[in-house]
Write a protein that binds this ligand. Structure first.
Ligand SMILES: [Zn+2]
Length: 473
């Protein structure tokens, strides 16, 4: 928090709520909160204020990334990278509560510089677990250890205990994971009882089943809703989805490439999603960032990969190399690395077009689609910059830029159930704002033209934050 008032003079202010941008507007911040938003000629700068000249500039709420993994993004090294790219809040949908809850609290107390972290606790997975198979190095240790990224939930009694323990830890929500079957998904949602929001990356449970059970949000347009959207002949048996199909991403791409979005079952699914008010956090950028495509590798922000994330990736590559070497020596060579049929392929191009079309269908039907990335878990992603690419993909899908900015701010805050605190440039809210040199309503890429990031009323220049991320905490 800043003791001095902060004053932005004479900017174009986009408040994030859906109102049109207001030209020649000033914003006053006192004690970390927005104290006034008014026409520049009516609102003078108070004596002693830190003044930012907003002339010719665009002011908007700080961005919210609705799908990250802080620990897998380089942990504390990633915090300045988010702030330096204008991401003032992140929703962590898979992290050990023993690490994430104290980190969240330290940031909120001003002891560490970083975005607000909303932690949805560990991945609550069924048996056999998905993540342990898909990513050997991150294999869950089992049980419900507070310092474990994945909690394995074999039965109803463990599920009920997990809910009580996580609420006692102080999590901000819940993340149900791909190995859970419908009975445990229903039980989790019942036990949580609306006290905190619940999201899901699902596979053994269909999205429609989770919606009927009362889930609040669904992750990954490619994966969680796959079974409901693709033609029946492309669906997989309930038990054999994520983590069990070799080359799963190619499988998903093939199904999506052959989707018939005019089908009745697709229309009914969109109706169900929208009528139940369930949000979609699509992690659209995985279309490009989950695979080594030209689009992902050309991301200029990759040079600002936080040290902890770069180190972890290097260690993973080294571990892979050693495993291959040893297998070779033992006379049991491993198969060649998984070849991902990415968006550069013909199938990938069709899958991408259908996924973007689906986002627009949900948007047009009045649904909530919130920008999100999966930074940390997916290769070729970098904190913050990947969210800017996500915003551009939303515009490519045909969602108007003003709506994309609203969904990435006030819309996301609403899904977090924090819209009374963050997500808009309106009186009383915490002062999380960006001052941009260019207008993102004209060109969405202008969200990258950040002159100043303001969080809780404290102004930061982006460049030193980005450099700090690269150097490491
Ligand atoms: Zn994830």
């Amino acid at each position: 928090m800043n003791d001095r008032p902060l004053f932005i003079r004479n900017a174009t202010v986009f408040d994030g709520t859906g109102s049109p941008p207001q030209p020649a507007t000033s914003v006053l911040v006192e004690a970390g909160r927005i104290a006034a938003v008014a026409p520049a000629r009516q609102l003078p700068a108070p004596a002693g204020a830190e003044v930012i000249d907003g002339t010719g500039r665009f002011v908007m709420p700080g961005l919210i990334d609705m799908h990250v993994h802080v620990e897998l993004s380089g942990g504390e090294d990633a915090l300045p990278a988010w702030l330096g790219t204008g991401v003032t809040s992140v929703r962590d949908v898979g992290g050990a509560p023993a690490n994430l809850v104290p980190l969240r609290d330290a940031i909120d107390a001003g002891e560490k510089v970083g975005p607000r972290v909303f932690t949805y606790g560990p991945l609550l997975d069924g048996i056999p677990a998905i993540f342990g198979r898909a990513a050997g190095a991150l294999a869950p240790r089992g049980g419900t250890e507070p310092d474990s990224l994945t909690w394995l939930i074999p039965d109803a009694a463990t599920a009920e205990r997990a809910v009580d323990e996580l609420i006692a830890h102080g999590v901000d929500g819940f993340k149900l994971y791909a190995g859970l079957r419908p009975d445990l998904v229903r039980l989790f949602i019942e036990r949580i009882g609306g006290r905190l929001p619940v999201t899901g990356h699902l596979s053994r449970t269909w999205a429609s089943e989770a919606i009927e059970a009362g889930i609040d949000c669904l992750e990954h347009v490619h994966a969680t809703i796959y079974q409901d959207i693709v033609p029946p002949e492309y669906r997989h048996p309930r038990e054999e989805g994520n983590g069990f199909i070799p080359n799963y991403w190619t499988w998903l791409n093939t199904g999506w490439a052959n989707a018939d979005l005019g089908a009745d079952y697709v229309r009914r699914f969109v109706e169900l999603l929208v009528s139940r008010g369930v949000a979609l956090s699509p992690t659209t950028v995985l279309i490009t960032g989950g695979m080594a495509t030209h689009e992902a590798l050309e991301e200029p922000g990759l040079r600002y990969t936080p040290k902890g994330l770069a180190d972890r990736r290097a260690a993973q590559m080294e571990q892979m190399r050693r495993m291959r070497e040893e297998a070779e020596k033992a006379g049991t060579p491993l198969p060649p690395p998984m070849s991902l049929e990415g968006p550069d392929s013909e199938t990938g191009v069709r899958a991408r077009a259908n996924q973007l079309e689906f986002l627009r269908m949900v948007f047009d039907a009045g649904g909530t689609v919130v920008p999100s990335t999966d930074v940390g878990a997916a290769p070729n992603q970098v904190p913050g910059f990947s969210l800017h690419r996500e915003l551009a993909l939303f515009v490519e899908a045909g969602i108007p830029a003003a709506d994309v900015l609203r969904l990435a701010t006030h819309g996301a805050a609403t899904v977090l159930r924090k819209a009374d605190e963050i997500g808009s440039v309106t009186v009383g809210k915490r002062a999380d704002m960006l001052v941009l040199t260019n207008d993102p309503l004209e060109d969405i890429h202008a969200t990258r033209s950040i002159d100043t990031v303001i969080k809780e009323g404290v102004a930061y220049a982006p460049q030193p934050l980005l450099e700090r991320a690269v150097a490491g905490a």
